[in-house]
Design a protein around this ligand. Sequence first.
Ligand SMILES: Cc1cc2nc3c(=O)[nH]c(=O)nc-3n(C[C@H](O)[C@H](O)[C@H](O)COP(=O)(O)OP(=O)(O)OC[C@H]3O[C@@H](n4cnc5c(N)ncnc54)[C@H](O)[C@@H]3O)c2cc1C
Length: 456
Amino acid sequence: MDLSAELREVLPGEGRVVTAGEELEGHGGGVFTYHDPRVPDAVVYPESREEVVEVLRFASENGVPVVPFGQGSSLEAHTIPVRGGISLDTGRMNRILEIRPDDFIAIVEPGVTHEQLNAALKEYGLLFPVDPGWDASLGGMAGTNASGTNAVRYGVMKDQVLGLEVVLGDGSVMRTGGLAMKSSAGYNLTGLFVGSEGTLGVFTELTLRLYPIPEKVLAARAVFPDIEAAGRAAVAMIRSGMRIGRVELVDARTIEAVNAYKDTSYAVAPTLFLEFSGSEPAVERDVEVARTISGSEGCESFDFEEDEAGREKLWEARHEAGLAIQNIYPGKRPMTTDVCVPISELPDALRHARETIASRGLDGAILGHVGDGNYHAVFPVDPNDAEDLATAEAVNEEIVDYALALGGTCTGEHGIGSGKIGHLEREHGDSLPFMRRIKKLADPSGIMNPGKIFGD
Ligand SMILES: Cc1cc2nc3c(=O)[nH]c(=O)nc-3n(C[C@H](O)[C@H](O)[C@H](O)COP(=O)(O)OP(=O)(O)OC[C@H]3O[C@@H](n4cnc5c(N)ncnc54)[C@H](O)[C@@H]3O)c2cc1C
């Protein structure tokens, strides 16, 4: 079959189907991953639901794999077309269809990014809270059930998606959820599709929940003698019942990398980046509680970012911490763990991760959204050095084993892709057959992002 010619009949017009050059390469790797690249046979750019339907009908009739693609920032080879085929780029489906300020709802196409949506929401005094450290697409974020620094306050992607329009693997269209803030109408299909990593269908419309921008926002940096103390302080803040906005842990190695990358001069020591938000009196009270808790864990300094510029710089530094770590190891690629443990276990889990990394002689950094018990160890690896890769994988396995033994998960927010298939089998071996049956129902010809979530 001449795939390129056939696809041009499905999507006629200049630049709608690309089968050679840099654009193919841009869809065959990943911005921040150690996984081997593989270019797709074609990249297609649909502009409407009808065009997505046409592409999926063609692909299912001809058994051609289709990989939905947002910004390609997912970390476990999610968008790498490991079986070749079509990369379906939603970048041209980037319209904000409706903002309903009085209902706290926005309806968007999948290619809209979280920063694009928040820029449009500002004039209404509203925000969309999920904020991965890349300006990811909302379709991709629903694909991985993404979260970020705000999850401790607002929840993760599955808490924000009220409804979806989905084109299934055979080209049929289905809607889930609606405009209601809650619903008990049948199975929770929205929750099923969020986190499906492009293996069940393509989202062509998302209905999202919005929030008012808080009256007062204050950010602070609390520096600790070691990461366990920082972890204990984070847990105590959550336990105190305060409505913390953000509580992010960055270890000394991460701070070093951030200072070099962002030209900041933060103290090189384990640090909690904190944000308090709400009404003025509530923020004042929460700050005092956090300061007292930090003091009881040996906090060495507690500094405020008073103005908006300092606050923005702090969160920009946190969001780009992964890129900063990558930057200090030129020629290497990052392997990132993503375990999430019950919150009370967090300090011990951080100690275990640090000791495991050190015992194997690896140079890794630890950072995370610790208010949820979710943290990352990042090891820069040389993908062409089998020994380096094996050591990093062994450390990754140990960290995952530790989390699973506590009843935690191998992935708090990044998802499975092809990198964590073995981990998912260990975590949910008993429910995998059920997941496979769901996959078969939504995608009978098995064209949707094959090679992801499930092993062969
Ligand atoms: C520097 C950096 C920092 C990051 N920080 C965070 C973080 O804090 N929290 C976090 O959760 N993640 C983080 N990530 C990972 C990444 O940003 C998220 O996984 C994000 O959700 C991916 O969005 P994307 O638009 O890049 O999607 P892609 O990578 O393009 O796709 C992600 C998955 O969704 C599927 N998909 C894409 N579009 C659709 C669609 N329309 N319909 C159905 N399926 C679709 C894809 O097939 C794929 O399986 C970070 C990544 C980087 C590089």
